[in-house]
Write a protein that binds this ligand. Sequence first.
Ligand SMILES: [Zn+2]
Length: 256
Amino acid sequence: MLAEMQKWLLSQADQLRTASPAGRLLLEQVVTSLGVVLVVSPGLRSSGLLTESDGVFTILVREQPRAGSLTQHQRFTIAHEIGHVLLIKKWDFRPPFSNRELYYQAEHLCNSFAGRLLVDPRLLIHQSLTSTFDAISAVCRLADICLVSREFVAREVVLLQPFLTFAQIAQGATEKEWLVEWCVRGDAPLRVARKKILRGESLDQAFMQWRQEVCPENTALLPSKVRLDRAAKRFLLATFQTKNPACMEPGRVEQD
Ligand SMILES: [Zn+2]
């Protein structure tokens, strides 16, 4: 049943997207086409909320100060809530929080839907990713074009290229502390691996340790990285598995 729902939901994402030109989805148009009301609310506690009254769905999204148009985060929230609307309309699927297992399954379905809706698969198909540099550049470029986080672009990329692993690490509270903010592997859908890396380690050592912990069974993974967001101390890393020899390149970790 869940597999059927997922298949249906993803096909709906593709259909909704066809009305938009390639690239950044015209999300407000999608919302309108579904007869859903969108309200940007300054006082909202959560990032988003879905309400229903007399069969009319309203998506409330928290206002972002100084943002002229919808932000990356708001777009994701809205796309996720559209997933809920579709699941309710078609399957009457709205598990309560008390049923944790089903509740989180619904969340997972809506996240997959949002990724598929916001990250244009037509752009992914034309990417030729033959090196770590290509992979990271593609994720950054598509994130900018589609106005979605790198994490969700990375997730869509590994669905098509399962030999890839992406992770983003960022500097933590102190200069010598690093966090794995997220990690996406081809063989394990989305894994949020917010994790502190030992203080006092060099970034090089920290990355090696992360690799051991995230991929203990595959010691043949080759690390590489491109420096990004220097001011924010945030790095996006991609690894290729050696079973795709065409994608191998020497590992390289730089430190400031
Ligand atoms: Zn949800």
